[in-house]
Design a protein around this ligand. Structure first.
Ligand SMILES: [Fe+2]
Length: 316
């Protein structure tokens, strides 16, 4: 009924491609079970040969109900309030310079919503308008990152908690910061979101957790938004988290999905880091995404006083 093919990186398999999905098949219990098991097992599914909002929402709902993204509330008056448009245009868009090249649709490696205490379970991305080149979404499997982390670093990070705070300004990124990247232009929306940065408290997430269905450990570190290690606010903590974060952005483990017009990509946000690889700044890229509900129930508001937060800031 459906066919699958393993996706490979230079460092081994990551996710699967699925062929043959139709709207009817999304209602088939055996297929739903197979896809749910694959999602847990692989964390990433690229659906080929599917298009349109209806099947995007139906596919998303196999894995859970869709929810609003805190930064982009659902508009219930719209035909498909589950869908959020992610639209890049040079005029009024977020433009970065990365290694001397101006890019739109570029984002550092991160986990969605790691800066709040409840992390959504995943999302489905669908292209609406693709650029002539570029525009890939990168994925790195955090189970693979745990398995391949240097054993001494693993022992030191294993029981730690990481502080995070929402801050969209890449100039403020503290760990595994992409050298040679800077903001050229911010969109109105991004400026408005950044103006609310102080409304978001510091939160903490465990550096490692166990995937309940399989017992595999996940290196739960998002380089973007990380502030530091709970209880290790000094230089030693910074050096440890920097070393772990550098491992997390090692692109030998990455898969970059280059979209075809009839693709959709599902990822497990608890399991996969992702990034926007960017497009030439004069190109356009429109995507529609869903946000799949769920919470791994391990995040917490950090009991961090202003003085401790300030100390983390000062030390970096
Ligand atoms: Fe994201």
């Amino acid at each position: 009924m459906i066919e699958t093919r393993v996706i490979n990186t230079a460092a081994g398999p990551i996710g699967v491609e699925v062929f043959g999905m139709t709207l009817d098949i999304t209602r088939d219990d055996d297929v739903r079970r197979q896809l749910t098991e694959t999602w847990v097992d692989k964390g990433l599914i690229a659906f080929r040969g599917v298009d349109g909002p209806e099947i995007q929402i139906a596919l998303s709902n196999i894995f859970g109900p869709c929810v609003a993204h805190p930064g982009r509330p659902m508009d219930e008056s719209k035909a498909n309030p589950e869908l959020v448009n992610i639209r890049y245009e040079r005029t009024g868009g977020d433009v970065y310079e990365v290694d001397g090249v101006e890019l739109g649709a570029w984002l550092p490696w991160h986990s969605d919503l790691i800066y709040v205490d409840r992390i959504n379970h995943g999302g489905v991305l669908r292209p609406i308008k693709l650029p002539r080149e570029g525009g890939a979404t990168g994925f790195i499997d955090k189970i693979k990152l745990y398995e391949t982390l240097d054993s001494e670093l693993r022992a030191r990070i294993e029981d730690k908690w990481i502080y995070y705070k929402w801050d969209l300004d890449i100039a403020h990124q503290r760990f595994a910061k992409r050298s040679g990247a800077k903001v050229i232009q911010w969109s109105e929306n991004r400026r408005e979101m950044q103006s609310r940065v102080e409304q978001y408290p510091v939160v903490a997430h465990p550096a490692v957790f166990t995937q309940p269905e399989t017992g595999r450990k996940v290196l739960n570190v998002s380089p973007w938004f990380a502030l530091g290690i709970d209880g290790m606010e000094g230089e030693g903590g910074h050096a440890l988290l920097e070393a772990v974060a550098q491992h997390c952005v090692d692109e030998r483990y990455a898969y970059f999905h280059t979209y075809q017009p009839d693709d959709m990509v599902l990822w497990d946000n608890w399991r996969m880091l992702h990034c926007g690889a960017g497009i030439p700044a004069d190109e356009s890229r429109w995507m529609a995404r869903t946000t799949i509900q769920g919470d791994y129930a391990l995040g917490r508001l950090a009991d961090v006083t202003a003085s401790i937060d300030d100390r983390i800031r000062v030390n970096v």
